[in-house]
Design a protein around this ligand. Structure first.
Ligand code: F6R
Length: 359
């Protein structure tokens, strides 16, 4: 049932191109839901863990490309700050399992005040029975405790929602059509990144010992940095902090020295230059930089100890827009192989369950 892979996690990482393809096939359903939600003036995402990182990505997309004010709230915090919801708010719940206690409680609360939409992977789960609207990520069953292919499925739903909100709310058909055209290139690009798995294996061997890591990104790459750090924590038990690259100088820089590797996400686009500037802050404290970028040449040996190339098949103009769908792939692999090289079982991390049904 692992189809020749050593672990479910690795199998599921490799199933992500097909998950993208399958989830793109629910495009029409998503457009119909958006058409039905004409009166929406505000969006509020609610989720936990990896699903929360997908939601954070949604905030950047919805605010920038559909101009809809968007909040993102952790499900466990929702009960303390939901009084401003109203019938012009759409509350979007993201949950792989559709059974997470905190998320279910939040849907019950939100239903009283706002319209609710659940993005879920498991058919017929509780969330799908409570929410007004449901979109299914087409990832198939995910067995590994760490969410991988379901995260990609969630992101695809969010990109499609952003495209259709842009088309129907903002009346920006050009953006919507471009996004819908370019997103079809993602499955091939994911396959291409996976072909360089051996490079990630080498990196994992090199970096299996340090007890602390930082993950940095800006803009759309920031939630990806958070997700990369979470993947490392949960299956390797290494302490990892995901940070907005610009926040580094507001405190955490004090923790960086030659013992702390810093993973930096550098998609070409608006944020590139400024993230590059943050590299010198890391460098002057002696931290090893592991850069993920399409511009390998720009990251000469002096700037980064290790560079992993993300192919620039979408064109420079679109690299940053789609970075969450591509840059996460090598980060998942990095966590997987570090866990293997530390002699752990990535499918069964200690103290974690696939579905958290307690609040
Ligand atoms: C991380 C992970 C968890 C879940 C979180 C929410 O790999 O799996 O952080 O993302 O428990 O679960 P769902 O999406 O089922 O609500």
């Amino acid at each position: 049932e692992k189809a020749g892979y050593d672990h479910f996690m690795l199998k599921e990482i490799h199933e992500q191109a097909i998950t993208v393809e399958n989830t793109l096939s629910v495009k029409e359903e998503i457009e119909n839901i958006v058409k039905d939600l004409k009166s929406i003036k505000r969006i509020c995402f609610v989720a936990c863990g990896t699903s929360y990182h997908a939601a954070l990505t949604g905030k950047y997309l919805f605010e920038n490309y559909a101009h809809i004010p968007t909040d993102v709230i952790l499900a466990s915090e929702f009960g303390y700050s939901f009084n401003s919801l109203d019938e012009e708010t759409l509350t979007i719940f993201i949950s792989q399992s559709g059974e997470t206690r905190d998320t279910i409680d939040a849907i019950e609360m939100a239903k009283e005040k706002s319209k609710t939409l659940a993005i879920v992977n498991v058919l017929g789960s509780q969330a799908t029975r409570i929410a007004d609207y449901v979109i299914y990520t087409q990832a198939g069953p995910e067995i590994g405790v760490a969410a991988t292919k379901t995260y990609i499925g969630q992101l695809i739903c969010i990109y499609l929602l952003a495209a259709f909100f842009s088309k129907h709310h903002l009346k920006d058909e050009v953006f919507a059509n471009t996004l819908l055209r370019k997103i079809n290139l993602i499955p091939k690009l994911i396959e291409k990144i996976l072909e360089n798995e051996d490079e990630i294996k080498d990196l994992s061997l090199k970096y299996k010992y340090p007890p602390n890591f930082f993950y940095l990104g800006r803009g759309l790459a920031y939630p990806t940095a958070l997700e990369g750090a979470l993947k490392l924590k949960e299956i390797t038990y290494i302490h990892a902090e995901g940070y907005a690259a610009g926040e580094l100088k507001h405190g955490p820089l004090a923790l960086i020295d030659y013992c702390v590797p810093v993973v930096v996400l550098l998609p070409k686009g608006d944020s590139y230059k400024e993230t590059m500037n943050n590299l010198s802050e890391v460098q002057s404290r002696g931290g090893d930089i592991i850069a993920f970028t399409s511009d390998v040449e720009d990251l000469s040996d002096q700037k980064a100890q290790d560079v992993f190339e993300i192919p620039n098949d979408l064109g420079e103009e679109f690299e940053e827009l789609f970075a969450p769908l591509t840059y996460i792939i090598p980060l998942q692999l990095l966590s997987y192989y570090i866990s293997i090289y530390r002699g752990l079982d990535p499918d069964h991390p200690k103290n974690l369950a696939k579905c958290v049904t307690v609040g």
